[in-house]
Design a protein around this ligand. Structure first.
Ligand code: SF4
Ligand code: SF4
Length: 248
């Protein structure tokens, strides 16, 4: 399974929907993000360094080769460290509401995101997909997503940015910023790897602490979420050297 989840924007200052469908001419503000047709003139890859909240944006997501839902056809887990991150960013109440509504479901790794079945949306046939994917992209803010949604980029998207050859692709080369774009693609790969390591480490560490504190499994309430937020912050403190390269 292709594990590709992004919630990435492209043009500077603009937040573009997560994946695939090119925005209609009248695309405008959605629940949490803005789509503009000017984004079609974007750079192929853009890294937005923000420590553990770093985002990588790829233009290929607007015309994803994997279909209308792109990576959001198979949403990632909102794993233990992701939950801690969301809590740290003020989302504990939101998480409890989403669990209550059934859009997030407790699972052995943390929370699983509900998937919607295939359906026609605004005249386009969408496959089964993450419940948070709207007709124009992700409908929740980056602060409420799994970190994976914010930093994941597939190999195709990195190649589009010129990573493979160390030089811009033909398409990228047609822009004046081609050389810079190739460099951005290489940075994106490094950042992507660092974030995968960070969150994998955090998940394992927090999972062990949960098993030790709640052998029969945790109770999903405010106290437990607050505890997760604290474990996440402690994990970040221990990994501060690793985080330095993700800081602008
Ligand atoms: S281009 Fe790649 S990263 Fe973007 S939505 Fe498609 S599969 Fe995901
Ligand atoms: S939360 Fe769902 S719709 Fe949003 S980026 Fe992640 S997988 Fe895609």
């Amino acid at each position: 399974m292709t594990r590709c989840f992004t919630g990435r924007g492209l043009a500077s200052g603009q937040d573009v929907v997560h994946p695939a469908p090119p925005p209609p001419a009248d695309a405008g503000t959605r629940a949490s993000e803005t789509v503009t047709t000017t984004d079609t003139a974007r750079t192929p890859i853009r890294v937005e360094l923000a420590g553990p909240h770093t985002r990588i944006h790829a233009s290929l997501c607007m015309a994803c080769p994997h279909g209308l839902a792109g990576c959001c056809a198979a949403p990632p887990a909102v794993a233990w460290a992701d939950i801690g991150r969301i809590v740290q960013l003020g989302g504990a109440g939101w998480l409890l509401d989403e669990i209550g509504a059934g859009r997030l479901r407790p699972s052995p790794r943390g929370l699983a995101i509900l998937r919607n079945p295939p359906a026609e949306v605004e005249g386009r046939a969408f496959p089964g997909r993450c419940v948070y994917l709207g007709a124009r992209g992700c409908t929740i803010a980056p602060e409420r997503r799994s970190a994976t949604c914010n930093y994941y980029v597939c190999d195709e998207a990195l190649a589009e940015g010129g990573e493979s050859e160390g030089e811009p692709t033909a398409r990228a080369a047609s822009t004046a910023r081609a050389a810079g774009t190739a460099s951005e693609a290489r940075t994106a790969r490094e950042v992507h790897t660092a974030l995968m390591d960070l969150y994998a480490y955090g998940d394992l560490e927090i999972a062990e602490a949960i098993t030790s504190a709640w052998p029969a499994g945790p109770v999903w309430n405010e106290a437990f979420l607050g505890w997760l937020g604290t474990r996440y912050e402690e994990m970040l403190r221990r990994r501060r050297r690793q985080l330095r390269r993700l800081t602008p």
